[in-house]
Design a protein around this ligand. Structure first.
Ligand SMILES: [Zn+2]
Length: 359
C-alpha cells in the first residue's frame, strides 16, 4: 500500500473545507504545489487556485489541464479518516471528503512519481458543490490549455464526455390574504394555486435525457389565514439544450396558467445555470482517457451524465474537458468511502495520461 498517498489524503481531509470555507485548504495546497513541484501558483479574484507546473522530460509546450475542486459538502468538519481492510472511511459522523480530495491526492502522487509529464495547468476550484460557482467565476484568461481532464467522477472506469443543460426555475405565487374563519371567500390561496400547478407538471424523467424536479416549496404564515405567498424552487435538466429550454418554458406556462385561473399572480424566474456539453467520441482527449482506464485493467465506459460538474463550465470556456474517475463511493453521505487500491489505480491512470501527452 502506498503510505505516502494515504498520508497525503489524510492530511487533506483533516483540513475542513465545506463550500465557502476553502481558504485554509487552498493555501495548504498552494504551499504543497510550490514546495514539491516548483509550481507557479496564482489565486484568482474569486479564490480559485491555479497551478502551473513546468514539464518534466517532455517536449510539449502547450499545457494540459487538470481540474479538481477544493470544497466538500456538509457535514464536513473535523473529519477523522479511518483505514480498515484497505478501505478509508470517516468515523461515521461526517462525510469523508474523498469527493474531491481523493482526486487531488491522486493527482499530487501521480506528479510525484511520474517519469515524465507535459506542462501541467491545474485548477482547484471553490464552491463546486453549491452550483459550480468557483469555476463560473474563474479567470480563464489565466489559462493556456486547450484540453484536459476533470478528476471528479466516482467510478474509475467512467469517461464522461457530456453533461446537461440545467435551468433553475424560481416561482413566487402571490394570492390574497384573508381571515380563514371570518371571510375566506375574499382570499386567494397561494398554496392551493401552487398545488394545482405542481399536480399538472410532469416530474422525474420526462424522456430518456430530460428531468424535472420541484425541490423546495415554502409558503403560508399562519393557520387561520388564507396564504398569500408561496415560493417554489424547481429545475430542469436535459442533455439536449433545446429540450431543457422548451420544458422549462412549459413549466413557466403551467404556473402562469394555474395562477391566472384563480386570480393569483405567478412570477417565474428562469436562469440557465450551464449549457449542455458533448465532446465527440473520437476526440483525442476521449481516446486518451479510455486508454488510461484500460491501462489499469478496467473497461472504459464512455458516458453522458445528467449531473453538473465543473467540466461543463470548462468546456463552455473553451477547454475540451473529459471527466474521469477518482474512485470514491457513496459520496455526499456519511458512508462515503474509498479503497486504497482504487486510489492507486487512479494514480496509474493519471500517469498514463501524462505519458500520452509527453511524447
Ligand atoms: Zn465532486
Amino acid at each position: 500500500m502506498n503510505e505516502r498517498l494515504i498520508d497525503t489524503f489524510f492530511k487533506m481531509v483533516r483540513i475542513d473545507s465545506e463550500s465557502g470555507e476553502e481558504k485554509e485548504f487552498i493555501s495548504y495546497l498552494k504551499d504543497l504545489f510550490t514546495r514539491e513541484f516548483r509550481a507557479k501558483c496564482t489565486i484568482d479574484d474569486y479564490g480559485n487556485l491555479i497551478v502551473n507546473i513546468p514539464a518534466k522530460d517532455s517536449a510539449r509546450n502547450e499545457p494540459v489541464f487538470f481540474g479538481v475542486h477544493a470544497d466538500t459538502v456538509k457535514p464536513g468538519k473535523n473529519i477523522e479518516p479511518i483505514l480498515e481492510n484497505g478501505i478509508i472511511r470517516s468515523k461515521g459522523d461526517t462525510i469523508l471528503g474523498a469527493d474531491d480530495k481523493a482526486g487531488i491526492a491522486e493527482l499530487v502522487e501521480a506528479i510525484r512519481t511520474a517519469d515524465r509529464y507535459p506542462p501541467l495547468e491545474i485548477v482547484v476550484s471553490r464552491e463546486e458543490e453549491i452550483g459550480l460557482v468557483g469555476a463560473k467565476h474563474l479567470d480563464t484568461s489565466l489559462l493556456k490549455s486547450k484540453v484536459g481532464f476533470l478528476i471528479d467522477m466516482d467510478a474509475l472506469d467512467a469517461v464522461v464526455i457530456g453533461g446537461p443543460s440545467h435551468m433553475t426555475i424560481d416561482v413566487e405565487i402571490t394570492g390574497k390574504a384573508a381571515h380563514a374563519g371570518m371571510e375566506p371567500e375574499k382570499g386567494i390561496s397561494a398554496i392551493k394555486t401552487a398545488s394545482y400547478a405542481i399536480c399538472m407538471l410532469k416530474e422525474g424523467w420526462i424522456d430518456e435525457e430530460t428531468t424535472v424536479n420541484v425541490g423546495v416549496i415554502k409558503g403560508g404564515e399562519i393557520r387561520n389565514g388564507v396564504p398569500e405567498r408561496v415560493q417554489i424552487k424547481a429545475e430542469c435538466r436535459s442533455l439536449t439544450h433545446e429540450k431543457c429550454v422548451a420544458q422549462s418554458q412549459l413549466i413557466r406556462e403551467i404556473f402562469e396558467i394555474a395562477a391566472k385561473s384563480v386570480g393569483a399572480l405567478a412570477e417565474v424566474k428562469m436562469e440557465m445555470a450551464y449549457e449542455a456539453v458533448r465532446i465527440p467520441k473520437d476526440a483525442e482527449v476521449v481516446s486518451i482517457a479510455e486508454d488510461a482506464v484500460r491501462s489499469v485493467g478496467l473497461d472504459p465506459q464512455v458516458r453522458l451524465i445528467c449531473g453538473g460538474t465543473d467540466g461543463s463550465i470548462y468546456n463552455q470556456k473553451g477547454i475540451q474537458t473529459v471527466v474521469i474517475g477518482m474512485g470514491a463511493k457513496s459520496e455526499h453521505s456519511k458512508d462515503e468511502n474509498i479503497a486504497v487500491a482504487d486510489m492507486e489505480k487512479a494514480v496509474g491512470m493519471i500517469q498514463h495520461i501524462f505519458d500520452e501527452f509527453s511524447g
